[in-house]
Write a protein that binds this ligand. Structure first.
Ligand code: SF4
Length: 421
């Protein structure tokens, strides 16, 4: 029969959870482990104890946005400060972008903070301050909330029995069911969503989803998973495959035809026994990051009390590191000699400051490398001491002189902090 539009074709039986008894056992094993071993995290406490449904949804939403691309250990401190400063959607809606950027500084991927604040404004002005209660509505109505975040908020804050798929879940499910096709391909992702929705525990969906993610973060980790301690090891096909050396025959289930199963590893590299369970998941080769060089100049003067002050300028309000402050920086062409780089920087500074700058006056300090998600950025750092009474105010972009302390309190990126160091 034809499938409804948008529905994924059913997975071959080997890659599914077809036995309701096994699904029940897996849910029970995973939840019992979670109850025993879960980490104590501030957003979990709020999700469990906050009686106001809008605040509960908001508390989970903030944590989910912060946790995208950032480790739990790093997020905790930021999360506590954020919730203390803006405990409600209404409070966040009134914050300025500058304040949001300042609190976010160091957490990376700065547009996340900005988008969160814009979305909070929308909830307050267009939805009377009420969070949507289902994954479908959350995804539809909140800017910046995708399928994963919507599922997480709806299941954790509102008890909707809906699954989630993030990097940890992808890894766990691919191992549980020996899914070795490219895990970023749409066919695999669709199957994983179907699987997550089918597996999620009906009475404790939020805990189940967090348990699956927690398992991926602490036990079923990418490189050396702790299979011996795993609460769902008896349900894991990858582990059986490792122990028994070949796919386990399943009664009444035909083996996937080698080479034409959309979920099996490619026929050319079916199983590397030295990798064991880490044969799964597999990813297509990553794109190489773009390599760029930027000349950065720390302009320094003595302030009124003799303390050093530095000039920082604000980046444009869109694009990489939007709206953050930095030392004056200019892109450099690749493959320049040191002398050419210095001259290029002097030219840029001259045009920008409207006064002559001698390349000789620029002191080379060193290089700082910083890796953004898709850019391998090298900052070539120079310093230029200026006269104390220098009042430099370039017209092209907002700028200000700051002491070291003020610099650290400003919305500056981690890369710029490395530059100042
Ligand atoms: Fe992951 Fe090992 Fe547990 Fe399987 S048994 S889910 S590979 S930790």
């Amino acid at each position: 029969a034809a499938l409804p539009a948008g529905a994924a074709a059913p997975a071959p039986a080997r890659h599914r959870f077809g036995d309701p008894a096994e699904v029940g056992a897996l849910r029970g094993d995973l939840l019992a482990w979670y109850d025993r071993c879960k980490r104590d995290l501030p957003w979990r406490a709020l999700a469990a104890t906050e009686p106001d449904a809008d605040r509960r949804g908001y508390a989970v939403w903030v944590s989910e946005i912060m946790l995208q691309q950032t480790q739990v250990a790093t997020v905790i401190d930021y999360y506590n400060r954020w919730m203390q400063k803006w405990p409600t959607l209404q409070a966040l809606a009134q914050a300025s972008l500058e304040e949001v950027n300042e609190l976010w500084a160091g957490l990376g991927y700065y547009s996340r903070g900005k988008r969160l604040q814009e979305a909070a404004k929308k909830v307050v002005s267009e939805l009377a301050g009420h969070m949507p209660r289902t994954a479908e509505d959350l995804q539809k109505l909140l800017p910046g909330v995708g399928r994963y975040t919507a599922g997480a908020i709806a299941s954790i804050s509102y008890g909707q029995a809906t699954g989630v798929v993030d990097g940890n879940v992808i890894r766990v499910l691919c191992r549980l069911r020996c899914i070795g096709a490219d895990s970023s391909s749409p066919v695999v992702i669709d199957q994983l969503w179907d699987m997550a929705n089918a597996l999620v525990d009906r009475s404790r969906p939020g805990d189940f989803n967090q348990a699956l993610m927690e398992l991926g973060a602490t036990v079923c980790v990418p490189k050396a998973p702790l299979c011996g301690e795993c609460p769902v090891k008896q349900h894991c096909q990858a582990r059986r495959r490792k122990l028994f050396g070949k796919p386990i025959p399943m009664p009444d289930v035909e083996d996937c035809g080698v080479g034409d199963c959309p979920l099996c590893p490619p026929a050319t590299e079916p199983w590397d026994s030295s990798l064991g369970v880490t044969n799964f998941p597999r990813k297509a080769a990553k794109k190489q990051p773009r390599v760029t060089r930027t000349a950065t100049c720390v302009l320094e003067r003595r302030g009124s009390c003799g303390t050093p002050e530095y000039l920082i300028v604000q980046r444009p309000s869109s694009g990489l590191l939007a709206g953050l402050w930095e030392f004056p920086s200019f892109p450099l062409a690749q493959d320049l000699q040191e002398k050419e780089e210095r001259e290029a920087l002097a030219d840029h500074l001259q045009a920008w400051m409207g006064q002559p700058v001698a390349a000789k006056g620029l002191r080379f300090i060193g290089e700082v490398t910083h890796i953004f998600s898709h850019i391998h950025q090298t900052y070539v750092v120079y310093s230029l001491p200026l006269d104390g009474d220098m009042t430099l105010a370039p017209a092209s972009s907002p700028s200000r002189w700051v002491t070291e302390k003020e610099f650290h309190a400003s919305a500056v990126s981690t890369a710029m902090k490395k530059v100042l160091e």
